[in-house]
Design a protein around this ligand. Structure first.
Ligand code: C5P
Length: 225
């Protein structure tokens, strides 16, 4: 049995990108290394939580000691999250593709020299964060979402928190000039019902450590921020 401030708690963490097939060999995806989600899962585990780690095809290996549920598409991720419920908390760090290709081909699309190019059609993927935040039954007590923005980070992230119905948003600026996407550091703003906090630029592992600590505090003293 695990010891620590989160022992006895079950936490779902989503991480990595999703891949949405175009045909059996091609896909569209979001840019995500999976580093931040993996680090968060590792820290929650260190604090004693039982972690269901639902991961798309990430660049980094999953942490030790968590239950790994590997998925490819957004719909598979949603189903895996649903199957992992109930949970005390959910941290949605995955970069989920907003759309999937609705006319994906069962066979490899051929380059046939006809001068005609394939036309992709899209359908909307489930928004896993919004869905879990609005569950009537089995909503985790604490739902944490991420907001990767390139402009007006605070404003967009505050709106996202309202729209999605999650409790906290971890917002960050992923403009190419920041080097955050795919890099080892992150500079985040934590948005809760009580207000906002800007954290200094930190290693992603340190962001994860602080966030896990905050989650443990919140779960053990619900009245506290
Ligand atoms: O809307 P946007 O993609 O910017 O929202 C980001 C947050 O929502 C992240 O926490 C991400 O994991 C989550 N999300 C999700 N399912 C989607 C899209 C985003 O869970 N289809």
């Amino acid at each position: 049995p695990s010891r620590g401030p989160l022992s006895g708690r079950h936490i779902i963490v989503t991480s990595g990108p999703t891949h949405e097939p175009i045909d059996p060999v091609r896909y569209i995806a979001n840019r995500s290394s999976g580093q931040q989600g993996t680090a968060i899962a590792a820290e929650l585990r260190k604090l004693g939580a039982r972690v269901s780690f639902v991961t798309g095809p990430a660049e980094v290996p999953p942490p030790e000691g968590v239950e790994v549920i590997a998925v490819t598409t957004a719909r598979e991720m949603r189903d895996a999250v649903e199957a992992a419920l109930p949970a005390d908390a959910a941290v949605m760090a995955a970069a989920v593709a907003d759309w999937r290709v609705s006319n994906a081909s069962a066979q490899k699309i051929k380059k046939d020299g006809s001068g005609q190019f394939p036309v992709l059609e899209f359908a909307e993927n489930p928004d896993i964060l919004a869905w879990i935040s609005k569950l009537a039954k089995d909503r985790p007590h604490l739902v944490v979402g991420f907001a990767a923005e390139t402009d007006d980070v605070l404003h967009h992230a505050q709106q996202k928190r309202q729209r999605k119905g999650c409790d906290w948003i971890v917002a960050n600026d992923v403009s190419p000039s920041t080097g955050i996407m795919g890099g080892h550091e992150n500079a985040v703003i934590l948005i809760t019902a009580e207000g906002t906090e800007s954290w200094p630029r930190l290693e992603k592992t340190e962001v994860a450590r602080r966030l896990a600590e905050r989650i443990a505090n919140k779960m053990n003293n619900p009245a506290q921020t």
